[in-house]
Design a protein around this ligand. Sequence first.
Ligand SMILES: [Ca+2]
Ligand SMILES: [Ca+2]
Length: 242
Amino acid sequence: MFAAWIDDGGPAVTGHREKHLPAPAEGKGSEKGMTRTKRLTISLAVVLCVWISATGSEAFGATVINLTGSLDVGTSFDFTADGLTVTATGEDENGNARYVVRSLWGLGVYRGGLESPLIDGVGPDETLWLAFDQLVSLEKACFTFVDYRGDEARLVDQDGNTIIDVMLSPGVLGTRQIDFSSIIADPNALVGTVFGFRPTDCDDDFKLKRLEVTIVPLPEAALSGLGLLAGLGVVYRLRRQA
Ligand SMILES: [Ca+2]
Ligand SMILES: [Ca+2]
């Protein structure tokens, strides 16, 4: 597509010359050969530039991870979407491991017995930890069991430091989606491999049903693309000097 576009625009003068003059022999010193090399190089460069930009965080759309399933209790649950896997575990504020409860409404944290299966702050605050196998930028999160009076949720980084507290107002059936990427000014604050969701006090309790994240490409991938592009430039210069 891009090659065709370049050939179309590539210039009428060349096309005119090719049409009316005998085709020169291919090889060293061949103007037509040079033109073809140049076109090929430019075409490949354009394709590579498109590929590099496509590996940027904006071009690939968000990955939606549904944190739902049949009712089950375990020490951890894995969820995979678009080749990205996230592992969910539970912990209380004293560092004790807790169960994770999975249901059609999402994930909660659970001590056992009559303790609430929601992520709640009755007793020690509970945290639902989500560990990704790739670097991601957290975009949105969907909460359930949001009270009619509202709940407050705290998003923390891997060290437990608060990224932001958000007030959740109940939507349909107590569901509320938060677009973190639109309310946090510094996009780097939402980049990481581990995030935690916890209450801010004993009045808060909710589940986490869905996440939207963007996979952040590793710098090496983009650099290898730039290396290829530089290599093509060298090839073109060598061909031109030959
Ligand atoms: Ca609980
Ligand atoms: Ca609640």
